[in-house]
Design a protein around this ligand. Structure first.
Ligand SMILES: Nc1ncnc2c1ncn2[C@@H]1O[C@H](COP(=O)(O)OP(=O)(O)OP(=O)(O)O)[C@@H](O)[C@H]1O
Length: 477
């Protein structure tokens, strides 16, 4: 066997030094053993003999592996490197061991010594438990980082709900994740379409690739094409270099087309071509680029009706609608109100078990609201209630009655309303910015309620463009 050398200048332990340490090993360890350069046993103490169930005379001179099959002493002899801490299995028992090589005067490995630090892992339980916890935290942090890197925050467990309607949505989402087909998510604003799109991506084989979201309604019409397909250098004044569109950015991954029903007809034709051919052409370029993109589209509008009206291409509709997931409005799954509130309150207070609970009367009050803004609106309502009720342990119906837009509640159901500010009217002690934000929020929610969640109509009622309404909704969520 080739013998290892200690690099010159770095003294190793000599047999003499080991002999001096032997007495300590004898006493402190649950067993100690030494081997020569051929990994034959040269010395073994009584406690190790007892542990192995052998007699010293029977093992001296024998290859150590014959007596202790899982020992790594031969490795230490061969490499000259110590194995300071290791767990070795022997006869179903786990032993914590340390192994050190020793050297002659010339720095050549002449053997190794091993001793058992613990023959019972019990004293190490707190350490092992701590290690496990740290390991789990590390895994969770790695996952969160990976999600962040690929642009998703949600997985399927973030779609909260246990009602039959919610379970059906999750079942379909799981099915969609296992296939490559396009998915169309149909549902009102704030029902969780983006949560689902991200969850489908995160559970699909494309999970490690990009997730790129584009809200068609939020982008001014004249910029949509460049946003989707990119711009070639010199395409127009100011286009200094090539700029990738969302399609190119999503290559290999998933493109989430939110509010696809708001796409102008000419762009629908280009989108259809990109999906059919798997290639795109940047604005101002005459070259096509191959793209491999899975599309998940979402809409709050009735695309079927739009195809009959001629405002949405039926060929594109069939292309996108290979698998449809109808996401129910909150009012149709009120059974989920309790767990939704629990989860949203935990989220708003930075962790489960922290923050306020919600009383049964408060839940009953919430169940009477129509929820035009769905879960986004529920989240906002709870957030405002928490602000009003900062130090209380539970949110009761009185607090919630103050923050629910009264439009959607029968008259007289807001106890204490006489003392409260009108919706949209600043409360005492509010800053101007907070008062303006709260008035704006109330106006938007009222408009959404009046238009039953139809955002184009709500934007008209508010006298703003759809894209401005979307920007405001984004800031509110
Ligand atoms: N089932 C759910 N469980 C927990 N949170 C949800 C759920 N659905 C929606 N949310 C929360 O509600 C907010 C709105 O969700 P999301 O953006 O996915 O809705 P959307 O249907 O895409 O809305 P829009 O059509 O207006 O873009 C987010 O804060 C999201 O976390």
């Amino acid at each position: 066997m080739p013998h290892s050398y200690r690099p010159t200048g770095i003294p190793g332990l000599t047999r003499e030094m080991i002999d001096a340490l032997m007495a300590m090993f004898e006493k402190a360890s649950a067993g100690a053993i030494a081997v020569d350069r051929e990994s034959r046993i040269t010395w073994i103490n009584d406690s190790y003999c007892r542990l192995l169930g052998v007699r010293e005379v029977d093992v001296i001179g024998r290859p150590v592996r014959r007596i202790i099959p899982h020992t790594r002493m031969p490795e230490v002899v061969a490499s000259g490197d110590p194995l300071l801490l290791d767990i070795m299995e022997h006869d179903g028992q786990q032993l914590v061991v340390t192994r050190l090589p020793y050297f002659d005067e010339g720095g050549v490995v002449t053997g190794a010594i091993a001793c058992i630090l613990y023959d019972d892992l019990q004293p190490l339980t707190p350490l092992v438990a701590r290690y496990r916890r740290l390991h789990q935290d590390l895994q969770a942090a790695r996952k969160a980082l990976a999600r962040h890197a690929r642009g998703t925050r949600y997985s399927l467990s973030d779609f909260i709900g246990a009602s039959p309607a919610a379970l059906e949505v999750k079942r379909k989402a799981r099915l969609a994740a296992g296939r490559e087909m396009p998915v169309l998510l149909q549902g009102e604003t704030g029902t969780g379409k983006e949560v689902l799109a991200q969850a489908v991506h995160a559970a699909s084989t494309r999970a490690e690739r990009p997730f790129v979201a584009v809200n068609v309604a939020a982008i001014p019409e004249n910029l949509l094409e460049a946003e989707f397909f990119g711009v070639a250098a010199g395409a127009y004044t100011g286009a200094g270099k090539n700029r990738d569109g969302r399609f190119q950015l999503a290559h290999g991954g998933t493109l989430f087309l939110d509010e696809v029903g708001d796409m102008p007809l000419p762009l629908q034709a280009k989108l259809l071509r990109a999906l059919q051919e798997g290639e795109v052409e940047s604005l101002g370029s005459n070259q096509v680029q191959a793209v491999d993109v899975r599309v998940i589209a979402a809409t709050s509008r009735d695309l079927g009706q739009m195809t009959s009206d001629g405002t949405f291409r039926s060929d594109l509709y069939y292309r996108l609608n290979v698998m449809e997931i109808a996401v129910p409005p909150l009012r149709d799954r009120l059974a989920d109100l309790g767990i939704l509130c629990e989860s949203l309150l935990a989220d708003l207070s930075d962790g489960p078990g922290l923050g306020a609970e919600i009383t049964d009367e408060a839940l009953a009050l919430l169940a009477r609201h129509h929820w035009p803004g769905n879960i986004r609106e529920l989240r906002n309502v709870l957030e405002r209630a928490l602000t009003l009720n900062e130090n209380a342990e539970s949110l009761d119906h009185e607090v919630l009655a103050q923050v629910l837009p009264d439009l959607e509640l029968p008259a007289g159901t807001a106890p204490g309303a006489a003392d409260d500010p009108e919706p949209g009217v600043p409360g005492r002690g509010q800053t101007l910015a907070a008062a303006v934000a709260s008035a704006e929020r109330a106006a938007i929610e009222s408009a959404l309620a009046a238009s039953r969640g139809n955002r184009s109509q709500a934007a008209r009622l508010l006298g703003i463009s759809r894209s401005v309404l979307y920007q405001k909704l984004d800031r509110l969520s």
